[in-house]
Design a protein around this ligand. Structure first.
Ligand code: SF4
Ligand code: SF4
Length: 427
């Protein structure tokens, strides 16, 4: 067996300082559902410590507690002595991969998710499922209700897919509508291109309208978050280097993304590659340029839309935006500048929705419990729209809305801003 001392250890090494105060328990969604110490941040820290010190075997059960963490980062913010249990749980997955690598992860993250063309091909059946009217039939004939509940909920996560991935449609260069004041690189994430293309098309329109010349490199690869979530930090570095090179060639002042998850990972490239003399400065320079779309728009003289959007709107904070990037005022300010919108604050807006990338698939029961609480909060607002700038959250909330037969639409805040620009009169 590989000796523990020969492995790359977690960089989050503050765990020795845990004073077992339990403050992190109060904010943890998995602990709230199970009231079980091992499903809590404090429990995960203790398990990781004993595993890393060789007192406990890094058994499948121990590692499972690291995978059952939703990586929502609420515990990181709550800990009074600066421990980051969420980061530790994530890095323990990498420790385990070094001991017992799973070959399928090479195929999935190295061979598929990192290759945009292959991803486009692999998701073709989903586009055909919608384009050929099969989905409509499944809903109209109520066949959907015959499916097992897990499959039904996974199906419900699918948004309305574009006929063609946006990567194939967006030009490499989009000129500013009037005078060009900023040269902006647009990081088009995989999910945005393949599933939420209307949102990203809206992002580019809004940027162009606000004085940006937009460069969208076509060969952008996955930001690396899925590989990181499955313990393949080594592959994250490969993705990071490819993306850094691409945007260096684009020679831009800012790198904007409308995906909260991509943004949080892109901002980490500097940290991830800081020990690599060839890449450290380049990665740091890249990460310093990254902005979430709401962050960027609220930092420039943004044109106030003339049109109105008559709707009651609430907002869910993606963990990767609020916790990882500290961005929560900007999307709210952006929504509140649209005339006609009645903004209503969502109770527990900063609590995880239960998505965490793929938890609805891998940890169905827990994910459902966390999602149900989110949906009850959304229901209580009586809003017409629930807005959020993360594809994972949008898919999860969409599944919850369909599951509960709610008449609420899920949107990205940028879509409402774009709509307001295009609405000259009331809707
Ligand atoms: S990241 Fe979230 S789910 Fe994981 S331990 Fe921390 S609070 Fe709990
Ligand atoms: S809040 Fe920090 S110090 Fe307190 S139990 Fe949790 S990890 Fe330990």
């Amino acid at each position: 067996m590989t000796p523990l001392s020969s492995l790359i250890q977690p960089s989050e090494n503050e765990y020795l300082n845990c004073i077992r105060c339990g403050l992190c328990l109060a904010v943890c969604p998995t602990y709230r559902e199970y009231l079980n110490e091992t499903a809590s941040p404090r429990g995960r820290v203790a398990l990781a410590r004993k595993g890393l010190e060789g007192e406990l075997e890094l058994s499948p059960n121990l590692i499972e507690q690291m995978y059952s963490c939703f990586a929502c980062m609420a515990c990181n913010d709550a800990c009074p002595v600066g421990i980051k249990p969420a980061d530790l749980a994530m890095e323990m997955r990498y420790v385990q991969e070094q001991i017992k690598p799973a070959p399928w992860k090479n195929t999935l993250f190295g061979g598929l998710i990192s290759k945009p063309q292959r991803m486009e091909l692999a998701t073709l059946p989903l586009r055909l499922y919608q384009k050929l009217g099969v989905r409509k039939m499944v809903y109209t004939l109520r066949i959907r209700h015959l499916l097992p509940s897990k499959i039904r909920d996974m199906e419900a996560m699918l948004p309305h897919l574009p006929q063609r991935p946006l990567r194939k449609v967006l030009p490499e260069v989009t000129n500013a509508k009037n005078e060009s004041r900023y040269r902006v690189g647009f990081f088009l994430g995989c999910a945005q291109s393949l599933m939420f293309s209307e949102e990203s098309a809206a992002t580019v329109r809004v940027l162009a309208r606000n004085g940006c010349t937009i460069i969208t490199p076509k060969e952008t690869v996955c930001c690396g978050m899925p590989a990181a979530g499955y313990g393949r930090q080594d592959l994250v570095e490969v993705h990071a280097k490819q993306n850094i090179e691409l945007f260096e060639k684009a020679d831009v002042e800012y790198i904007v993304t409308d995906c909260a998850t991509c943004g949080s990972k892109l901002k980490e490239y500097g940290e991830i590659l800081k020990g690599n003399p060839q890449w450290a400065a380049r990665a740091e320079s890249f990460s310093k340029k990254v902005r979430d779309i709401s962050e960027f728009l609220m930092s420039i003289p943004l044109e106030k839309p003339e049109g109105r959007v008559e709707a009651k709107v609430t907002y869910h904070d993606p963990c990767h935006l609020r916790r990882a990037q500290g961005i929560w005022k900007e999307p709210r300010a952006l929504l509140q500048m649209i005339d006609g919108i009645e903004f209503v604050e969502l109770p527990e807006a900063d609590w995880c929705c239960g998505s965490a990338g793929s938890q609805l698939i891998t940890h169905y029961e827990t994910s459902l419990k966390v999602m149900d609480r989110k949906i009850e909060n959304i229901r209580s607002t009586q809003a017409d729209y629930i807005s959020s700038g993360c594809p994972g959250c949008q898919m999860q909330i969409n599944a919850g809305i369909l599951r509960n037969n709610l008449d609420i639409k899920v949107v990205h805040p940028i879509e409402l801003l774009d709509r307001a620009y295009n609405n000259k009169k009331e809707e």
